[in-house]
Design a protein around this ligand. Structure first.
Ligand code: ADP
Ligand code: MG
Length: 701
């Protein structure tokens, strides 16, 4: 027997386990809740809870926790043991339906962006039965949603589930207009997130305060070798990394996570893991667990896993490619063009919904990936630009073009493209996957949203994507449902959508400077930084679309706006404080020491032999002294900017504060870094206070 099959999902309370351990009737009821969203009655919850506890205890678990995804972007858990004292001074292990279904963590320690102040202090967690319970580190984890008592979502999961319902309902409306969809009752969005990360040796990491406090290097001169030889991508995986990957896969498999592909990435020390896609809420849970496991398993192997979007300047950053599609409950992928004219027509309509949605809500998609860490990637010459556009490939673009213009498409075709009559050619992966610079690319049977940062939860991007596509599908359904001539109306609608929204389609090189100008001409957004992007979340059209589908209320959006701005400012503040500490306690003293050494050498040389040449030492001393003065004054400058930022923050406008951090503090940080990195290049290794980029990037052998 192979190694994987017996362990796969062994720590998951999945359907097979439920079927084996639950009374028939309970299992049936639970499945109704899972599949159709029916309310679970308390008696059933008690039986399920008991079965879960027995299963977990047999596997050595002693505690349970509600596992949720607060707005911090990571997961939260509070462990309670199963023990209940008995009258004879002993304990028994107990777990009730009530404990399974609802929990009350202390909501006040999680960000709420003002919701708690205005509404209700307490929050509660509610079991999400569509995501299986699992055991991690001897604890039974119950996936839950986290809400305030007045019903506002305080987490990332709740809006995700709401957005999945929204797109399901609207997609089914559209599907009912086409033949062959009689059995379709719901659709699900599916996601396969490819996760990039760096591995560095723990002993080297421990000597870098910046990595410890902020996850990225705030100082560091370029190493003599970086990624220029392109010898790392898909290269041989080092034995130590191989061991890590093997362990990681095993742990992920036990949790039922479909870890599938692993390879080296472009930068030295950079790697990627891709799972097989699953339903979006599961993919989101699993991606959070994957990141957690990556950190834990790396520690076991004496390494540290860096999930920051840009741990090293001048070296590729890490992202997360969100492969996204829509499938029906009958198992059909709606972004697969299909083989018949009818299927093609349906595909084109869904494609148009996505094109229109992405064009009308570019700002939302941009916001969904905005963070202090990701700002270093987007628009830098390696990741997609901060401008949203769609790549369709030449073939599909030619087809849309021919529909728009009413002319034959392709070189060999004589016929005009007639929706519902003509068969589309096969789009094989080769022709659709070539452009790696596009932020949102069609790759044959799914879209790949490539702007996500490596460290972020995938929830937000998918909430926004699901919602805007739901909106377009609902508009399409409104129009087509009342059409007398369906085929004619369908054709007109597709034609109109292409005409009005083709500006968002761009098949060229997204890294090219000319694209920035071209995009401006087309009237596309170019929201360069997080503080610049965030205010758009409260634009009228955006509030309207989220409210229409009940995904976020205005209050929930306002809270997210506050939290994201605050989070941005806090991150820059921590980075600035860390830089100040490193500059004052390590770099400046090291510079003095080096200057002192040089001065001593000059003095000693002169004393020993009057006419001895000290050109080298004198030149170095001059350089070191000049750089030291610059570093000193830039440190001073940064310090006063940080103070000014704190004053701005006191005024209470979180957006203004974030802008201040971006424009003043961040700029001062870059200036300080520039001088310090230059000093590093001329300082002897033994005097420089931290491991170099070379030491870090080539630390795992
Ligand atoms: P590669 O890019 O390595 O050639 P694929 O393009 O097949 O591989 O897949 C990349 C990622 O996209 C994987 O995580 C895969 O599971 C995911 N994926 C494939 N099909 C779908 C789909 N229909 N919906 C969502 N994700 C998908
Ligand atoms: Mg990819």
């Amino acid at each position: 027997m192979d190694e994987v099959t017996p362990i796969f999902g062994e720590n998951v309370f999945n359907e097979t386990v439920m079927k084996a351990r639950l009374p028939k009737e309970t299992f049936k009821q639970l499945m109704k809740t899972i599949n159709d969203g029916e309310k679970l009655n308390p008696a059933v919850a008690n039986v399920v809870a008991n079965a879960m506890k027995e299963w977990a205890c047999e596997k050595g678990a002693t505690h349970f926790t509600h596992w949720f995804q607060p707005l911090t972007g990571i997961t939260a858990e509070k462990h309670d043991s199963f023990i209940t004292p008995t009258s004879d001074g002993k304990v028994i292990m107990e777990f009730s339906g009530k404990e399974l279904v609802q929990g009350e963590p202390d909501a006040s320690s999680f960000p709420s962006g003002g919701i708690r102040a205005t509404f209700e202090a307490r929050g509660y967690t509610a079991w999400d039965p569509t995501s299986y319970a699992f055991i991690k580190d001897g604890t039974l984890c119950i996936p839950t949603a986290f809400c305030s008592y007045t019903g506002e979502a305080l987490d990332k999961k709740t809006p995700l589930l709401r957005s999945m319902q929204a797109i399901s309902k609207q997609a089914v409306r559209v599907l009912k207009l086409f033949d062959g969809n009689e059995d379709v009752t719901s659709v699900k969005t599916t996601v396969g997130p490819e996760q990039e990360y760096f591995l560095v040796d723990k002993s080297v990491y421990d000597k870098r305060e910046d990595l410890i406090y902020t996850g990225r290097t705030l100082f560091g001169a370029k190493a003599p070798k970086g990624q220029e030889l392109e010898d790392h991508y898909f290269g041989m995986i080092k034995p130590r990394v191989q061991e890590f990957m093997k362990d990681l896969n095993k742990e992920l498999w036990k949790l039922g996570i479909l870890a599938k592909t692993e390879h080296n990435e472009v930068a030295p020390a950079q790697h990627e893991l891709a799972p097989i896609f699953s339903t979006t809420n599961l993919a989101c849970d699993h991606n959070q667990l994957t990141m957690e496991m990556m950190r834990k398993i790396a520690a076991k192997h004496g390494m540290v896993c860096l999930l920051h979007e840009k741990p090293f300047a001048g070296v590729n950053g890490s992202g997360k490619h969100n492969n996204w599609s829509i499938s029906t409950n009958t198992g059909k992928n709606l972004l697969d063009p299909g083989a018949t004219p009818d299927q093609n027509a349906q595909f084109l309509l869904f494609l148009c919904a996505i094109i229109k949605g992405v064009d009308e809500y570019q700002d939302l998609l941009r916001i969904s990936v905005a963070s202090a860490g990701n700002d270093h990637r987007l628009g830098a010459n390696e990741a997609p630009p901060a401008i949203i556009s769609i790549f369709l490939g030449d073939e599909l673009s030619a087809i849309l073009d021919s529909i728009e213009k009413g002319v034959p498409y392709g070189k060999h075709e004589k016929e005009k493209m007639q929706i519902g009559v003509t068969v589309l050619p096969d789009f094989n992966k080769d022709t659709t996957d070539r452009n790696r610079t596009s932020p949102f690319a069609f790759t044959g049977n799914k879209f790949e949203f490539r702007m996500l940062g490596s460290n972020e939860s995938i929830a937000c991007a998918n909430v926004f994507l699901n919602t805007v596509v739901a909106e377009e599908l609902s508009q399409f359904a409104d129009q087509l449902e009342k059409a007398k001539d369906f085929k004619g109306a369908l054709h007109d609608l597709i034609l109109k959508t292409i005409k009005e929204h083709k500006r968002i389609i761009f098949n060229g090189n997204g890294y090219d400077d000319s694209w920035v100008k071209e995009a401006e001409k087309r009237g596309l957004y170019n929201l360069k930084s997080t503080p610049e992007a965030l205010p758009h979340i409260l634009d009228e059209k955006n509030v309207k679309v989220f409210e229409k589908f009940g995904v976020y209320s205005k209050v929930e959006l306002e809270s997210r706006f506050e939290i994201h701005n605050e989070n941005y400012s806090k991150i820059i503040n921590i980075e600035a404080e860390t830089m100040l500490e490193m500059a004052k306690k390590d770099i400046l003293p090291a510079a003095s020491k080096y200057a002192n050494k040089l001065a001593q050498t000059i003095g000693l040389k002169k004393a020993a032999c009057g006419e001895c040449d000290t050109t080298y030492e004198s030149a170095m001393l001059k350089k070191v002294s000049a750089l030291t003065s610059s570093i000193y004054s830039k440190t001073d400058k940064l310090e006063s900017e940080v103070l000014a930022a704190k004053k701005t923050a006191d005024a209470g406008d979180s957006s203004k504060t974030a802008f201040f951090y971006r424009e003043h503090v961040f700029t001062a940080m870059n200036e300080l870094r520039l001088c310090a990195d230059e000093l590093e290049t001329i300082t002897p290794k033994e005097l420089w206070p931290f491991p170099s980029y070379g030491d870090l990037l080539f630390s795992v052998r």
